[in-house]
Design a protein around this ligand. Structure first.
Ligand code: AP5
Ligand code: ZN
Length: 216
């Protein structure tokens, strides 16, 4: 299955991507995670991306598209993949369809995680990430014992720099202007499935797997 996850910042794309990718046995490719790994590793790519990420803006398309093209050429992506965070605008969607046309494998489906803006603000303001294993959790939804240590590995939790309230507001504007038009773009091409992403994580996973199974 060749799958794209879309939805506003904080919709739970990263959270669900992990379970969906494991269920269907496909690699999870998250452009946000790749950029963050490059920023913390101090690579040239990370240095180019950092100022855009800190401001809540999109990294320029030429940087992002080249990175995704390289990643999709790796052997584990040949039989399918889950893209989380890409495409992020119509120009990136067109590049993705060109890349897939070159290899003769069109997208199977695009899954839109629907959540209202009030909920995404709550989710992003309470999000914490483990420094050690990368696990993402929420200070309120995952219980008070998660407040400073990871419940998977005991590692230290941190708050993403771009989860500060003013940056969150800007990311939501960028989503509305640049990313939301993708929903109609894919709906017109008949590849869109949408699910309600409110409720417990495991209930959303069940809805996602139910919507995706016909495309597997
Ligand atoms: P990226 O990392 O992609 O950020 P995003 O799209 O803003 O998405 P998030 O990671 O914020 O949210 P999510 O939907 O994954 O939610 P999560 O599962 O963590 O991008 C970051 C930056 O990188 C961009 O701003 C840009 O600069 C750059 N970038 C990346 N891709 C790019 C591209 N293609 N082009 C250009 N630039 C690009 O969940 C959020 C919180 O909610 C967590 O705390 C979680 O525990 C909690 N939660 C999840 N599900 C539930 C639930 N059901 N109930 C309660 N809580 C829940
Ligand atoms: Zn951890």
């Amino acid at each position: 299955m060749r799958l794209v996850l879309v939805g506003p910042p904080g919709a739970g794309k990263g959270t669900q991507a992990e379970f969906i990718a494991a269920h269907f046995g496909i690699p999870k490719i998250s452009t946000g995670d790749i950029f963050r790994a490059n920023v913390s590793g101090g690579t040239e790519l990370g240095q180019r991306a950092k100022k855009y990420m800190d401001a809540g803006d999109l990294v320029p398309d030429e940087v992002t598209n080249a990175m995704v093209r390289d990643r999709l050429a790796e052997p584990d992506a040949v039989d399918g993949f889950l893209l989380d965070g890409f495409p992020r605008n119509v120009a990136q969607a067109e590049v993705l369809s060109d890349i897939l046309a070159e290899i003769g494998s069109p997208l199977s489906v695009v899954l839109d995680l629907e959540v209202d803006f009030e909920e995404v603000v709550k989710r992003l303001s309470g999000r914490r990430t483990c420094k050690q294993c990368g696990h993402v959790l929420h200070v309120d939804y995952d219980g008070p014992r998660s407040e400073s240590t990871c419940d998977r590995c005991g590692g230290e939790l941190y708050q993403r720099d771009d989860d500060k309230p003013e940056t969150v507001r800007h990311r939501l504007d960028v989503y509305a202007e640049q990313t939301a038009p993708l929903i109609d773009f894919y709906r017109e091409r008949g590849t869109l499935e949408a699910i309600d992403a409110l409720g417990a994580v495991e209930d959303v996973t069940e809805r996602a797997i139910g919507a995706l199974t016909p495309f597997a």
